[in-house]
Design a protein around this ligand. Structure first.
Ligand code: ZN
Ligand code: ZN
Length: 350
């Protein structure tokens, strides 16, 4: 089969590789569509040496959708059949450690141990390929009404949903979505679906315009102090829930100053350096700060919520390329050429 193989940092090629064979609890899927994630350029650049990937070569890609074409010996008894339309996530926990048994499999105690844990497209072979073998724990069936292109967005949407749930959002709560990228857009949709009050979104340019088109109140961080603006628009109270998606030191501090007393911040972004945060403000106002890691148990929930937003999700995908044109797709995504938001690859189109 053909795949994009990362041989070393910034050295990838469209090559022929052996087709994987599914193990007992795995299925073989024909990849119909795979979306470029914001993490992929970091993996390709070699920003996580020895971690993602642990070693080269690696087939990246983890936001994918496809069709089951082969079954491991145990997969059928769990309800998977040839022809099932499915989408996938990156993490497959060992299933047996304490964190997995508590449902927190993205914190698996056997993380990275080959053979019992997988992280597709990061450590284990991913979906920039014609086929992928995946554990049935890390896929979900999609409805006929959902296109494979939209289904590639369910990984990102389920990550945002976990963050919104980690924030403790209750109906009517005002929200700041800090950062207008894919996690920000998905957070807006999830917060809306869960009954949020006003949803503010900080960002700039076309990506902030897109957030506004989803129904958020836009705040341009280049021309305004986001926390000040939040205070002005909430009678000095702040917002009950902040989704921190910028992963920048300034963004993290903004989150801390925009949160209301008794409120909470949930964060998916992580700065590459340590950040000074106003602990006194957090303590004296009982503001909690929750790390939020990937999508434990939220994939099926996200697929249900997504059915409310077919147009918004379809508009997020601005470009489609055959997998063989990955280099062009990658440039379009990383340089945000031609209004690029989400960029999708189609491995079955030659
Ligand atoms: Zn991703
Ligand atoms: Zn585990």
């Amino acid at each position: 089969m053909h795949a994009i193989r990362l041989n070393a940092p910034n050295d990838f090629a469209y090559v022929e590789v052996p087709c994987p064979v599914p193990r007992d609890h795995e299925v073989l899927c024909r990849v119909e569509a795979v979306s470029i994630c914001g993490t992929d350029p970091h993996i390709i650049n070699g920003d996580f040496p020895g971690v993602w990937p642990k070693k080269f070569p690696l087939i990246p890609g983890h936001e994918w959708s496809g069709v089951v074409v082969g079954l491991g010996s145990e997969s059928a008894q769990f309800g998977f059949h040839i022809g099932d339309r499915v989408c996938g996530i990156a993490n497959s926990g060992c299933g047996y450690c304490r964190m997995c048994r508590e449902g927190r499999f993205t914190l698996c105690e056997n993380y990275g141990r080959e053979g019992i844990h997988s992280m597709y497209g990061h450590i284990s072979p991913g979906a920039y390929a014609e086929f992928i073998a995946v554990n049935i724990k890390s896929i979900a069936k999609i409805p006929d009404s959902m296109s494979h292109e939209t289904a590639t967005l369910m990984d990102a949407m389920s990550i945002a949903l976990h963050m919104v749930m980690r924030s403790g959002l209750e109906p009517g709560d005002d929200v700041l979505v800090n950062g207008a990228g894919a996690q920000g857009w998905m957070s807006i949709l999830c917060a809306q679906a869960m009954g949020a009050g006003k949803i503010f979104c900080s960002g700039s340019g076309a990506r902030l315009d897109f957030a506004a088109s989803l129904g958020a109140v836009p705040i341009d961080y280049r021309s305004r102090d986001v926390a000040d603006e939040i205070m002005q628009r909430t009678d000095g109270k702040g917002v009950k829930r902040v989704m921190e998606c910028t992963g920048t030191p300034g963004g993290v501090r903004t989150a801390c100053y925009a949160a209301a007393p008794g409120g909470a911040i949930a964060a998916v972004g992580f700065p590459s350096q340590e950040v000074a945060i106003p602990v006194k403000r957090l303590v004296m106002n009982e503001i909690s700060f929750h790390g939020s890691r990937a999508n434990p148990g939220t994939l099926e929930k996200a697929i249900v919520l997504a059915s409310r937003y077919p147009d918004a999700l379809a508009r997020m995908i601005t470009h489609c390329f055959p997998l063989s044109q990955y280099a062009q797709a990658y440039e379009t995504f990383t340089k945000r050429l031609d209004g690029a938001l989400k960029v999708v690859l189609k491995p079955q189109i030659k």
